[in-house]
Design a binder for this molecule. Structure first.
Ligand code: CAA
Length: 259
């Protein structure tokens, strides 16, 4: 398996890839190289049919403290406009397989935005989420003004973006930013267990389901329902759907092959 500088990548269970952010001295701040490595690892995972789900995590006290402020300080307007980061974010957003984050501690700025790029966030009880860019005299630059509103709604998003105040895990759960809150020492275990459940499903169905849910951010209801119907119809041609239904009727576990 390829080695990286800012992340650790391993395969703790069959079908599951684990990416661990690993710049503890900088509180896992996401410098350009970190994002490039995450994007590279996800691109490789997309190409690897053995990988059925990916979990991304950070440290015990820090998921990620945001963009690397020291690197950001070097950016003038032209450098910001021609920045490589949006390309890496696009690759992360385009990852076609289920992506789960196990978040402990601080998920701030680009760290919070990374959490919003994944499909399901499992948070430890002590997790804190925030968009503190306003404290630096700037604004979020990786979707924090857009995805946050669509995820938690305008009032809370405005409060976070305008004040820079963090929210705790119960507030993140109540507002829909995270799917589950666990004890801090169980976050990764729970995320891996959920990834294993998802990895046991049809990879075709999870891929199509993820795409349909994500498209709801952009499509109106009629267009979204149309996409859902077409995707549902397409899956009717799959061996996995035949197998899933046959297994149910024969009262046995299904064996999905992704065909
Ligand atoms: N970028 C670069 N370095 C960072 C960093 C960041 N985002 N966050 C922390 N560090 C570095 C510190 O500079 C410090 O380095 P030195 O030891 O060399 O001085 C080291 O990590 C430890 O930092 P602290 O002493 O502050 O650690 P702490 O445990 O007391 O506090 C923290 C942790 C609450 C996360 C605090 O570090 C903090 O508030 N960090 C900044 C958070 C922030 O403003 N994030 C937004 C970044 S901008 C952004 O993300 C823009 C975007 O959307 C594109």
């Amino acid at each position: 398996m390829q080695t990286y500088q800012d992340i650790l990548v391993d395969q703790p269970q069959e079908g599951i890839l684990l990416i661990t952010l690993n710049r503890p001295d900088a509180r896992n701040a996401l410098r350009n190289n970190s994002l490039r490595e995450i994007a590279d690892a996800l691109r490789a995972a997309d190409d690897d049919s053995e990988v059925r789900a990916v979990v991304i995590t950070g440290g015990e006290k820090y998921f990620a403290a945001g963009a690397d402020i020291k690197e950001m300080a070097q950016l003038g307007p032209i450098e910001a406009l021609t920045d490589v980061r949006p390309q890496y974010w696009k690759t992360i957003a385009a990852f076609s397989k289920p992506l789960i984050a196990a978040v402990n501690g601080y998920a701030l700025g680009a760290g919070c935005e990374l959490a919003m790029h994944v499909d399901i966030v499992i948070a430890g009880a002590g997790a804190k989420f925030g968009q503190p860019e306003i404290n630096l005299g700037t604004i979020p630059g990786a979707g924090g003004t857009q995805r946050l509103v669509k995820t938690v709604g305008k009032p809370l998003a405005m409060k976070m973006v305008l004040s820079g105040e963090m929210i705790d895990a119960p507030t993140a759960l109540a507002s829909g930013l995270v799917a589950e809150v666990t004890e801090d020492d169980k976050t990764l275990t729970r995320a891996l267990a959920l990834a294993a459940v998802i990895a046991s499903k049809s990879p075709l169905a999870t891929r199509v389901a993820k795409e349909a849910v994500l498209r709801s951010f952009e499509l109106g209801l009629e267009a979204g329902l149309n996409l859902e119907r077409k995707s549902f119809s397409l899956l009717a041609a799959s061996e996995d759907r035949r197998e899933g239904i046959a297994a149910f009727l024969e009262k046995r576990p299904a064996k999905f092959t992704g065909r």
